[in-house]
Write a protein that binds this ligand. Structure first.
Ligand code: CA
Length: 371
């Protein structure tokens, strides 16, 4: 080919490519404005705040082109109807705890926490590298939801009780606000379990509509003020060893996003997932000290109560597995993973934690005396 002719045709080609490329770039970075309904009250800057952290990062990664406006529980959607709102495309996104929807199918619980289940690290390991996310996405697809891990509280406290729990008998007839599948386990031990959104628990406990309530842990519980109306603070929250929060995206809305925005959203959720656990871990120790100084009476659940609850949970799992194949499919993966994790953890992590817990105790006591 003649060199001059080649340059000329190449030049035309380049000009044509530029003319085509400009609108193509505009299309890959469109203005997108979404609404997100959280299940949580604004006052809880960690569990609610994670959605804001995520939305801010999505905006900054997309040059403010992809905006997600975050609404608190009840603002545009009732706290426990986030799933329905995303499923029906009333809103594009939600931030919630999937175990609020176990009334539709108990399988939802695996996306948050199940009694005597995985802790935060184990949950992340199962989700990201143990097949959990894939199994849950298969399940959520039926609800038009693309779920993305977006936060964790770590092991929770057992909650606030007006009366001491000394035996399994003490649980009989107790009206207890408790999250998720644990309500059905505790029902086997005589508890009258209640699901109440975070923002509505305090008035119910204050009025005596309920006898006891659990939420998350010291950092949140202090803000919600439970210690003012129930002084016995029990641990551990065996029903929530590592409850994960999820961002829900309507599947059609998800598919409508340019790939770069999908990546931005996934990365921002991963950041919020880490951020939430870190904020709780950093804030809980001081909050617990303040609660104790303010009169909270710390109590471990008696061994007998823990064992009876463990047995009741296993009984409930066997019953649910027998009638719900979707539940069983995820249960088998989740529990096999849990047992493997515990057998490994027993060697290094648990033995180290156990040693450190004892070795630092006198120093902690001295610090408490000074404080
Ligand atoms: Ca809880």
């Amino acid at each position: 080919m003649d060199r001059r002719k080649f340059l000329k045709s190449a030049g035309i080609g380049a000009a044509a490519a530029t003319a085509v490329a400009a609108p193509a770039i505009a299309q890959t970075a469109p203005e997108v404005k979404w609404r997100l309904a959280s299940s949580f009250p604004k006052a809880l800057d960690t569990i609610f705040g994670a959605a804001e952290v995520m939305a801010k990062r999505v905006a900054s990664l997309t040059d403010n082109k992809f905006q997600i406006r975050v609404f608190a529980g009840g603002e545009i959607v009732p706290a426990f109807q986030v799933l329905d709102a995303v499923q029906n495309a009333t809103i594009e996104m939600g931030h919630t705890a999937s175990y609020y929807y176990i009334g539709k199918d108990p399988t939802f619980a695996f996306d948050t926490a199940v009694p005597f289940g995985l802790n935060c690290r184990q949950m992340n390991a199962w989700m990201l590298n143990g097949g959990g996310l894939q199994l849950l996405r298969e399940f959520f697809k039926e609800y038009n939801v693309y779920n993305i891990p977006c936060g964790n509280t770590g092991v929770q406290m057992g909650g606030w009780f007006r009366k001491e729990i000394k035996t399994v008998e003490d649980l009989k007839g107790l009206k207890f606000r408790v999250g998720g599948f644990a309500g059905q386990v505790l029902a086997k031990l005589g508890v009258v379990a209640q699901q109440i959104p975070g923002g509505d628990i305090y008035p119910a406990l204050e009025k005596g509509t309920i006898d006891a309530a659990e939420w998350v842990g010291p950092y949140d519980d202090e803000k919600l003020g439970f210690h003012k109306v129930a002084k016995y603070y029990y641990y551990p929250g065996w029903w929530e060893a590592g409850p994960m929060l999820s961002a829900y995206v309507n599947t059609k809305a998800w598919e409508s996003l340019p790939p770069a925005y999908q990546s931005a959203l996934e990365a921002a959720c991963a950041e919020a997932n880490t951020w939430m656990m870190a904020k709780y871990d950093a804030g809980n120790p001081a909050a617990l000290k303040r609660l104790i100084a303010g009169g909270a009476q710390l109590r471990p659940f008696p061994r007998e109560v823990m064992q009876a609850s463990f047995n009741a949970a296993n009984e409930l799992y066997a019953e649910t597995n027998a009638k719900n194949p979707k539940f069983k499919k995820i249960f088998d993966s989740y529990m096999a993973f849990r047992d493997e994790q515990i057998s490994w953890s027993r060697v290094a992590e648990a033995s180290f934690d156990s040693f450190m817990s004892g070795a630092t105790r006198p120093a902690a006591k001295a610090a408490a005396k000074k404080g």
